[in-house]
Design a protein around this ligand. Structure first.
Ligand SMILES: Nc1ncnc2c1ncn2[C@@H]1O[C@H](COP(=O)(O)OP(=O)(O)OP(=O)(O)O)[C@@H](O)[C@H]1O
Ligand SMILES: CC(=O)N[C@H]1[C@@H]2OC[C@@H](O2)[C@@H](O)[C@@H]1O[C@H](C)C(=O)O
Length: 380
C-alpha cells in the first residue's frame, strides 16, 4: 500500500475556484489535514466557458487552456504546500481531477475531456500526479462518472442506516448507501448550475446567496412542469451529465413558451426544479433514513429547506455531521483515488458507472527522483 500524505485537487462545473485538500490516507483511514480554495481568475473562467458549451473551438484555444489550467492547479497546490510547510518528499501523490470541458458518455464514441496539463504540476511541484480518472472506466463501458460514490462508501457507509450522500455542485449527484445492497449512484441533473447561470445573466452575481433572490419570487407551476418533463430526468441510471446539457441555453429554451415572466420567479422555479429532481430520484429508491449533503449547494439555506420539506421522515443535514467536511469532500475523494491508483487498487464501482468491471483509474505522471537528489530540478 502506498500510504501517506496525499493532495486532492478538484475544479468542478461551478468554476468558482480550485479546491485543494491535504489528507493522510491508508487502507482504513482518510484523515483531512488542511484545505485551501484557490480563486479561479475571471479570464480563465471565461476561457473555459468559451469552449464548454458547444461553441466552435480551435486546437490552439484548447491547448493554451490546458497549459493555463495546469499552471493554475500547480499554483493552488504550491500555495497549500507552502502554508503547511510541506516539501515534495512529504507527499506521496497528487490526485488531480482536471477541469471538465466536455462529457459525452453516450453515443458511438463516448468520451470525457478534462483539461489541466498534469506535466505542469509534476514539473512545478516535484510530486507524482495521478490524473485522467474517468476514461479507463469509459473504456470498459462505463459513464466515467460519478466517481465519488466509491469514496462515499469508504467513509460514510453505516451498518444499519439507509443513507444517501448528495453532492450539490454545479451538477448534483447521489450515492445510495443502503446496507446489504450494491452501492448505486448517479447524477440527478442540475445542482447550482442553472441558478448560477440565471443570476449571472440577470444580476451579474456569481450565485444566489442562501437562495435569497429565489426566496423573494414565486414558483411558476407551468414552467416547473415543463422543465420537469425534460427527457433527461426520466433516463434510467447509470447516467451523468454536465454543463454541455444544463446551461443558460437550456433555460432560454424552456422560457420560449413563457415570455415576460418575472426574473425572480424564474429563479424561484429553478431552485424548486433543483430540489424536486434531486428528491424524486432519491425517493425512487425507497426510504432514506439520513440524507448527508455536501458541495457548495449545501450552503444554500433555501435549497436545503426545500429538500428537507420534500423528504418528511428523513433526517437531512451536512456530511460534516458525519465527520467529513462538506466543502472538502470532492478534493478528498480525488486524493483517495490517487492513493487507490498508486496502490494498484480499483477506483470505480461498476454498479454505479455501468462499467463491465472494476478497474484502477487514471494515468500516472511520475516525479523525477534521482537517487540522493531532489525531485524538483534546481532544488536541493
Ligand atoms: N451561501 C451559498 N448560497 C447559495 N449557494 C452557494 C452558497 N455557497 C456556495 N454556493 C453554491 O455552490 C457553488 C460551488 O459549489 P461546489 O464548489 O461544490 O461546485 P463544484 O465543485 O464546481 O461542483 P461539481 O460537484 O459539479 O464538480 C457556487 O457556485 C454556488 O452556486
Ligand atoms: C464529468 C464530470 O466532471 N462530472 C462531475 C460533475 O460534477 C458533479 C457531477 O457532475 C459528477 O458526475 C462529476 O463529479 C464528481 C466529482 C464525480 O465524478 O463523482
Amino acid at each position: 500500500m502506498k500510504s501517506g500524505r496525499y493532495i486532492g485537487v478538484m475544479s468542478g462545473t461551478s468554476l468558482d475556484g480550485v479546491d485543494v485538500v491535504l489528507a493522510a490516507i491508508d487502507e482504513h483511514i482518510v484523515a483531512r489535514q488542511a484545505s485551501y480554495c484557490h480563486p479561479m481568475p475571471l479570464e480563465i473562467r471565461q476561457m473555459i466557458l468559451d469552449v464548454c458549451q458547444g461553441q466552435p473551438v480551435t486546437l490552439s484555444q484548447l491547448g493554451r487552456l490546458d497549459t493555463r489550467l495546469g499552471r493554475l492547479f500547480s499554483e493552488a497546490i504550491e500555495t497549500l504546500m507552502q502554508r503547511e510547510s510541506l516539501s515534495a518528499e512529504d507527499i506521496v501523490g497528487i490526485g488531480c481531477h482536471g477541469q471538465t470541458v466536455w462529457h459525452e458518455p453516450e453515443g458511438e464514441a463516448p468520451f470525457s475531456m478534462q483539461l489541466g496539463d498534469n506535466n505542469q504540476i509534476v514539473a512545478r511541484t516535484g510530486v507524482t500526479v495521478v490524473g485522467d480518472f474517468r476514461r479507463r472506466d469509459m473504456a470498459i463501458g462505463g459513464q466515467g462518472a460519478p466517481l465519488v460514490p466509491a469514496f462515499h462508501r469508504a467513509v460514510l457507509m453505516h451498518p444499519l442506516e439507509r443513507r444517501v450522500v448528495l453532492n450539490i455542485g454545479g451538477i448534483a449527484n447521489i450515492s445510495l448507501l443502503f446496507p446489504g445492497q450494491n452501492i448505486r449512484g448517479y447524477d440527478t441533473g442540475p445542482g447550482n448550475i442553472l441558478m448560477d447561470a440565471w443570476i449571472w445573466q440577470q444580476r451579474q452575481q456569481r450565485f444566489d446567496k442562501d437562495g435569497q433572490w429565489a426566496g423573494q419570487g414565486n414558483v411558476v407551476p407551468v414552467l416547473l412542469k415543463q422543465m420537469l418533463d425534460d427527457p433527461w430526468f426520466a433516463l434510467p441510471a447509470p447516467k451523468s451529465t454536465g454543463r454541455e446539457y444544463f446551461n443558460l441555453s437550456w433555460i432560454e429554451k424552456q422560457l420560449q413558451r413563457f415570455p415576460g415572466l418575472d426574473a425572480g420567479d424564474i429563479q424561484a422555479t429553478l431552485l424548486e426544479l433543483t430540489a424536486m429532481t434531486i428528491v424524486r430520484q432519491i425517493q425512487l429508491s425507497g426510504h432514506c433514513d439520513r440524507l448527508l449533503v455536501c458541495g457548495g449547494g449545501s450552503h444554500n439555506r433555501l435549497l436545503m429547506q426545500r429538500i428537507s420539506a420534500l423528504m418528511p421522515g428523513t433526517d437531512v443535514g451536512k456530511t460534516d455531521d458525519a465527520g467529513i467536511s462538506s466543502d472538502d469532500m470532492e478534493g478528498l475523494a480525488f486524493a483517495w483515488l490517487a492513493f487507490r491508483t498508486l496502490s494498484g487498487l480499483p477506483g470505480n464501482l461498476p454498479a454505479v458507472t455501468g462499467a463491465r468491471d472494476f478497474t484502477t483509474l487514471g494515468a500516472i505522471f511520475p516525479a523525477y527522483a534521482p537517487a540522493g537528489g531532489s525531485a524538483v530540478p534546481g532544488k536541493r
